[in-house]
Design a protein around this ligand. Structure first.
Ligand SMILES: Nc1ncnc2c1ncn2[C@@H]1O[C@H](COP(=O)(O)OP(=O)(O)OP(=O)(O)O)[C@@H](O)[C@H]1O
Ligand SMILES: [Mg+2]
Length: 302
């Protein structure tokens, strides 16, 4: 059974959320990060009787909150991925295994295997990115029947793209024409989008969401993963790379060259890159707003 009773609550720190002292067979060891206001979730290590470490990702608050929804989505994905282990094993790319989920009326905790020799990837290469895409497509074929994972079809992009365009224009009226052009580019490529089948897509591939362990790339943070079109993955990755700390300029340039400037599908990738910019602009991701404008400028010219 996944959902087990949380035994006791114990305040370990004055800041951050209270982490349960016991979660089923797992005992609290220590927090992973000190409280950081920009973080949405609390992280702690737990161990079983054999001393095996697992990582707890905890969300506390109103269950109507979107962050709760996304952590539940991530939990469903880890559960689905756990079923693929015996059927699909790639030595270069993998994901931590699912260990359980616990909830109370106002908190939800996901437990996954802790990658002990934890080291975030220093930089992502285009080859790494392709291996990750391949892994996701392969496991996607195995979990598509489980119906645990959500899908995002064309109408989602029509609606949310429109909303994001309106919000972006309100936020930033002097760039209205550019945002409208971005949205119309998205609408124009939808017929091509509809021809493609949906693939399993992470939508948040960036340096911080890949942990290296013994030469293997472990993908984490599956909150946003859905079945959608393959163009969405590349576009999201390019947008994440706009934030300097998330990838080197070389990687961003290489990926952009590959997908935005060359090849017959570039118009579709470009349109989805526009979509991702509209999204970032609409949610006012502070660190990317200025880069987004530069990026829109550069893809308009490419
Ligand atoms: N299984 C794991 N083993 C080792 N380290 C991990 C594991 N899962 C996550 N981490 C570390 O914790 C960090 C945050 O985890 P994750 O990406 O799942 O959360 P997040 O959604 O980005 O959190 P927030 O939104 O609060 O920033 C990762 O960048 C990684 O360094
Ligand atoms: Mg993350």
């Amino acid at each position: 059974m996944d959902i087990t009773r949380i035994v006791t609550l114990n305040m370990f720190t004055k800041i951050g959320q209270a982490m349960p002292q016991e979660l089923g067979v797992y005992k609290f060891v220590r927090r992973v990060f000190e409280y950081q206001p920009e973080k949405t979730y609390d992280f702690a290590l737990y161990q079983d009787e054999a001393g095996h470490l697992v990582l707890a990702k905890m969300w506390t608050g109103n269950i109507k909150n979107l962050d709760f929804y996304w952590l539940k989505n991530e939990t469903e994905i880890y559960k689905a991925l756990a079923q693929t282990v015996s059927k699909y094993k790639n030595i270069n790319v993998s994901a931590p295994s699912y260990k359980g989920a616990f909830h109370t009326s106002n908190s939800f905790i996901l437990l996954i295997d802790y990658l002990v020799e934890d080291r975030n990837l220093q930089d992502l290469s285009v080859d790494d990115f392709h291996s990750i895409q391949l892994y996701l497509h392969q496991v996607g074929r195995l979990i598509v029947g489980t119906r645990r994972v959500k899908s995002r079809t064309w109408w989602y992009f029509v609606l949310s793209g429109f909303v994001n365009m309106c919000v972006s224009i309100i936020r930033d009226p002097c760039y209205s024409v550019r945002y409208m052009r971005a949205y119309s580019a998205l609408i124009k490529v939808l017929p091509q989008y509809c021809k493609e089948s949906l693939v399993f897509t992470h939508r948040d591939i960036k340096r911080e969401n890949i942990v290296m362990q013994q030469g293997c790339l472990y993908i984490i943070d599956f909150q946003l993963a859905v079945f959608t079109n393959k163009y969405v993955e590349v576009a999201n990755t390019i947008i994440h790379c706009l934030e300097k700390k998330r990838a080197s300029a070389d990687f961003t340039r290489a990926l952009m060259r590959r997908y935005l400037r060359e090849g017959k599908e570039s118009a579709v990738y470009k349109a989805f890159a526009y979509y991702a910019v509209l999204y970032d602009q609409a949610i006012s991701r502070a660190s990317t707003t200025e880069e987004n404008r530069i990026f829109l400028n550069s893809i308009e010219q490419s």
